[in-house]
Design a protein around this ligand. Structure first.
Ligand SMILES: [Zn+2]
Length: 138
């Protein structure tokens, strides 16, 4: 979610809430297939039909969305938000599957100290980007 917000802030002025919202929405969208995720709690039927880290965590899905809606900047930030989610999930030990390559995994364990530290790093990066961009916008 923070990485999505970072994408939104980098592409849109801070006052452009809809653009930032779409980037954040894209960054939480893939976990809609998990019943306890931020979005998954609101659409519990999704996790009944789709396995976690399945189709919604697929680069094929990202590619199809990109090809269908690539002409819009709004779609681009949504896709970039989704991409940041896949990138960060790829950094976890559970990893994600990439077509023709297979499963990639990282060193971060979900809920670990290092994941919390990485979260703080992203938060600082987001605040820094926001503070830097405010004088440019106004
Ligand atoms: Zn995920």
């Amino acid at each position: 979610m923070l990485a999505g917000a970072l994408v939104g802030v980098l592409f849109f002025p801070l006052t452009h809430f809809f653009g930032i919202f779409l980037a954040v929405f894209g960054s939480v969208f893939p976990d809609m297939d998990h019943p306890k995720s931020f979005l998954g709690r609101y659409v519990p039927f999704f996790s009944a039909f789709f396995s976690h880290r399945g189709i919604f965590h697929s680069f094929w899905f990202l590619l199809v969305i990109g090809l269908l809606f690539s002409s819009s900047l709004y779609a681009l930030v949504f896709i970039l938000g989704m991409f940041t989610h896949l990138l960060l999930d790829g950094m976890t030990y559970q990893g994600i599957c990439i077509p023709f390559i297979g499963r990639i995994r990282g060193f971060l364990r979900t809920g670990s100290f290092w994941e919390e530290l990485f979260f703080i790093f992203l938060l600082v990066l987001l605040l820094f980007a926001s503070i830097i961009l405010i004088p440019i916008i106004f």
